[in-house]
Write a protein that binds this ligand. Structure first.
Ligand code: NDP
Length: 325
């Protein structure tokens, strides 16, 4: 059974104008695969990095890294998932579409009570917070941490998760309105990143230096973050919202106090057998307890995806953005 679907594709790297709505065939699933009819699609900064070519993808490329929907067909050898099941997934590309073919092992089943839109908005972002807080630099409660872009998609979930762990999360954001939102979601305090005195404010908020800083802004905050660490502190660099960090200097890590630098990515964690399902189970349980939820503040149609990218890159969004195909 093949079907014509709408999808977003790029044939060249570049700005949002490169995102093109196309119509193409969506084949029947092969052995070990599923076809999922998408009901909601999550938008992530990583989608913009793939669009510009910062994160390599092979052209022509389908865009989009996460979504949720209903299984409408399964290939041979798929026995644990059946047509009609509600699922969500994190994938390398191709989620900006009405339907997608995925390996059966790439999806998680949605529990009752978790809406498709919530799952599509939260899964990739909450899995990121899961590994940042529980694997990369494990938090146990009582720590004071710095988290940049605290009012963004990943940011608000980090605020909620930090509150749950008993961690004082100091956020940064570009406006007071964004800071108020971060505090509402659980940040202990939130500082305006572009403030003239930001270095002093960070020093005061951390009592002389943070043990860990989670920095997804990249180029423009790298120096600020390094200088805001306490001796033996860890800089967890996990994104490039302002552009990639050009070089990390071992001499600077030494002179600023035996610092640690790490650059993790969710996809390494997803490749660990069993990790995705374990993380999803944890996230769904926290959602069912009312501890985590996606604040979906931007909703688009597939036709509006260029505007969605402009707003995300233009720092005009808060919380999560989704496409309703
Ligand atoms: P966000 O919703 O957080 O949007 C990005 C935010 O970054 C903006 O809203 C803005 O907040 C801030 N920002 C600061 N400087 C700039 C700039 N020059 N240009 C644009 N934005 C800027 O996006 P996501 O929730 O999708 O992702 C957050 C970050 O986490 C991204 O950098 C993403 O790449 C990273 N990430 C990394 C993963 C990994 O495994 N390594 C996985 C998932 C996400 P403000 O205006 O308040 O400063």
């Amino acid at each position: 059974m093949s079907d014509r679907i709408k999808a977003i594709e790029i044939t060249e790297f570049g700005g949002p104008e490169k995102l093109t709505l196309i119509e193409r065939a969506c084949p029947a699933p092969a052995a070990g695969e599923l076809r999922v009819r998408l009901t909601a699609i999550g938008i992530n900064m990583a989608d913009t990095y793939q669009r510009t070519g910062l994160y390599p993808v092979q052209l022509p490329a389908g865009m989009g890294n996460e979504g949720a929907g209903i299984v409408e067909a399964v290939g041979d050898d798929v026995s644990d998932i059946k047509p009609g099941d509600r699922v969500a997934f994190v994938t390398g590309q191709g989620a900006y579409a009405e339907a997608i073919i995925l390996p059966a092992g790439a999806v998680v089943r949605l529990p009752d009570g978790i809406e498709d839109a919530q799952a599509a908005a939260i899964l990739l972002k909450a899995m990121t917070v899961d590994y940042l807080f529980n694997d990369t630099f494990p938090l146990h409660g009582g720590e004071t941490v710095l988290f940049h872009a605290a009012a963004g998609g990943v940011g608000l979930i980090a605020c909620q998760w930090a509150r749950h762990l008993g961690v004082s999360l100091i956020g940064t954001a570009s406006t007071q309105e964004k800071c108020t939102r971060a505090i509402h979601h659980g940040a202990e305090a939130c500082l305006i990143l572009e403030s003239e005195n930001i270095a002093d404010e960070l020093n005061a908020a951390s009592n002389g230096g943070f043990r860990v800083i989670y920095d997804s802004v990249g180029k423009s905050t790298y120096e600020l973050s390094l200088h805001a660490l306490a001796p033996f502190g860890t800089l967890v660099s996990f994104g490039n919202a302002s552009g990639p960090i050009e070089a990390v200097s071992p001499a600077a890590l030494a002179s600023l106090g035996s610092l640690y630098f790490t650059r993790p990515t969710l996809f390494t964690f997803l490749m660990q057998p069993g990790w995705m399902q374990k993380s999803a189970d944890k996230i769904f349980a926290l959602m069912q307890q009312g501890i985590l939820h996606a604040e979906i503040n931007q909703r688009y149609r597939l036709e509006d995806v260029q505007r969605a990218h402009e707003e995300l890159e233009g720092r005009k969004t808060t919380g999560c953005s989704i496409i309703l195909p």
